[in-house]
Design a binder for this molecule. Structure first.
Ligand code: G3P
Ligand code: CA
Length: 284
């Protein structure tokens, strides 16, 4: 039950910038990740997909149309083909189709490689250049073509940057430097097998009730419910904590929701507005 008195929150949640600070800069660009660091976010979230030639790139959608000036399906394109397009496009929100001239803006400096799609390698190079400044929550997306390969590629990538850990997670400021998240229970289990020292977050979208028991007993160290679930079922936070799971809530953009999750004592809050969340936590 949400606490209504003025007692201090149970936990100070980690502030996680969703796809970078996406209210301030185009999603999944280094500009958005730099902005997250500039406002003082604790961590950043990114979505990763595998290209046809097995490279992890930070792209949310199955297709590249919304966030670039190109067209095509990420998993069907080689990295060199993706690199022919400019990424960092913004288009009107809440639409599935756009006319070709509906790019609202295309950032002129999304990446040091001048608009190339952001690879996970490049993001990890940025993050590990100043260890401790930003932690990273990586969400794997799974088209059928690559079902079994995404976590293997992720593990390779983390190993190259010294982030796999050895029995224990690599920690920055007392918290794991990196974690893996997925809506797929299979992907979370596979990651736990391949890289047991990397914490995992079992994301959950719309149907909490049928999977509640499974969520709370699964291998993930945290559960990641959407904000709508927390609004309708705030008791879930205490229940997850009692089961030994952290609670990482996404994507919390309204100020009333920020206050609710703060008062419920969740462990991490994923938001497009890390600056506003930091203000509401008294950390600005
Ligand atoms: O952090 C989880 C959240 O990012 C899931 O939603 O669609 O933004 O990937 P989506
Ligand atoms: Ca995501």
């Amino acid at each position: 039950v949400p606490r209504t008195c003025s007692a201090p929150p149970l936990t100070v949640p980690e502030v996680v910038a969703h796809r970078g600070a996406t209210a301030a800069a185009p999603e999944h660009t280094l500009a958005a990740y730099r902005q997250a660091a500039a406002v003082g976010a604790d961590a950043v979230e990114c979505d990763v997909r595998l290209t046809r030639d097995g490279v992890l790139v930070c792209v949310h959608d199955r297709q590249i149309r919304r966030t670039s000036n190109g067209r095509g399906i990420v998993s069907a394109l080689h990295l060199a083909e993706l690199e022919q397009f400019q990424f960092g496009a913004r288009r009107p929100r809440g639409r599935n189709r756009w006319a070709d001239d509906e790019i609202l803006s295309i950032t002129d400096e999304p990446d040091v490689e001048n608009g190339l799609v952001l690879t996970l390698d490049r993001l990890l190079a940025y993050i590990t250049a100043t260890p401790g400044s930003l932690r990273l929550a990586i969400e794997t997306k799974h088209p059928t073509r690559h079902t079994r390969k995404v976590e293997e590629a992720l593990v390779d990538c983390l190993r190259r940057y010294g982030l796999l850990g050895n029995g224990r997670p690599v920690e920055w400021a007392g918290k794991p430097a990196v974690r893996m998240m997925s809506f797929s229970q299979l992907a979370v289990r596979r990651m736990a097998e391949l890289a047991p020292a990397v914490p995992t977050v079992q994301l959950i979208g719309k149907r909490l009730r049928p999977v509640r028991r499974e969520l709370l007993t699964g291998s993930a160290s945290a559960v990641g419910p959407g904000m709508a679930l927390i609004r309708s079922d705030p008791e879930f936070v205490a229940e997850a904590h009692a089961a030994g799971k952290e609670v990482h809530v996404w994507t919390v953009n309204r100020t009333a929701d920020m206050d609710l999750v703060r008062d419920l004592g969740v462990d991490a809050v994923i938001t497009d507005h890390p600056d506003e969340l930091l203000r509401r936590l008294g950390r600005d």
